[in-house]
Design a protein around this ligand. Structure first.
Ligand code: PGA
Length: 249
């Protein structure tokens, strides 16, 4: 079985001070946990402070986004080599909010994945269908397009994590059913196997979308669910600690 991976995606939340407050409570509460991987993705502005606080802990520093060039005239962007320099280990790429509000296409996402892997960053590549696409029974078609587009000519399987996040389940409190999650994760696993062969069994596939302390256990124990990407419920240290320690009383 792959080691579970539980990642906090703070999105555009928390000032530096709030991030420090969170960590002062959260770090001690997960100390000593070694049988699963924990990640936190703060805003770029908090990356340095959070990175310092996470040094010598069991929590990995993650970023929420990256650009595909390493330097130059790209106002407002942050590059893979800058993230590497800041000791970021994982970068989230292709989140549905990036696709929706910043018009990221599969092609752009593919460029970002290439550029990040080149700098030896590990990638959490997000995919997922909208409610309309699900209603039209296009879920698998969409997932396949996103997988093929995003992973075009990508070879470093060992540095890849996939996050399946149905857009309609993100921040809505509506969680996908166990059947829906199992079906999507199995389909993703099969598509990855089509591309990479048996080594695809080593790629972790996370679920994201309204994960909470209440539903984590039933989700993370499903077949082909190797962890979770948590938005809203990761903002509170107690709530995120409960998610990380889903199998403890
Ligand atoms: P949510 O967000 O947990 O608030 O639904 C998940 C995500 O977008 O990564």
């Amino acid at each position: 079985m792959l080691q579970k991976f539980i990642v906090a995606n703070w999105k555009m939340n928390k000032t530096i001070g709030e991030a420090v407050d969170f960590l002062s409570q959260f770090i001690p509460s997960v100390e000593g946990i070694k049988d699963r991987e924990i990640g936190i993705a703060p805003t770029f502005l908090c990356i340095e402070t959070v990175g310092k606080a996470l040094k010598n802990t069991n929590i990995k520093l993650c970023a929420q986004n990256v650009f595909y060039e390493n330097k130059g005239a790209y106002t407002g962007e942050v590059s893979p080599s800058m993230l590497k320099d800041a000791e970021v280990e994982y970068v989230i790429i292709g989140h549905s909010e990036r696709r929706k509000y910043f018009h990221e296409t599969d092609e752009i996402i593919n460029k970002k994945i290439h550029a990040s892997l080149k700098e030896k960053l590990k990638v959490i590549f997000c995919i997922g269908e909208t409610l309309e696409e699900r209603k039209l029974e296009k879920t698998k078609e969409i997932l396949e397009i996103q997988i093929k587009g995003g992973l075009k000519n990508i070879e470093h399987v060992e540095a890849l994590t996939i996050a399946y996040e149905p857009v309609w389940a993100i921040g809505t409190g509506v969680v996908a059913t166990e059947e829906q999650i199992k079906e999507a994760h199995l389909f993703i696993r099969e598509k990855l196997r089509d591309i990479y062969g048996e080594i695809a069994n080593e790629i972790r596939i996370l679920y994201g979308g309204s994960v909470s302390p209440e539903n984590i256990k039933s989700i993370i124990t499903l077949d082909n669910v190797d962890g979770v990407l948590v938005g809203g419920a990761s903002l509170d240290p107690l709530s995120f600690a409960k998610i990380v320690k889903y199998d403890q009383k």
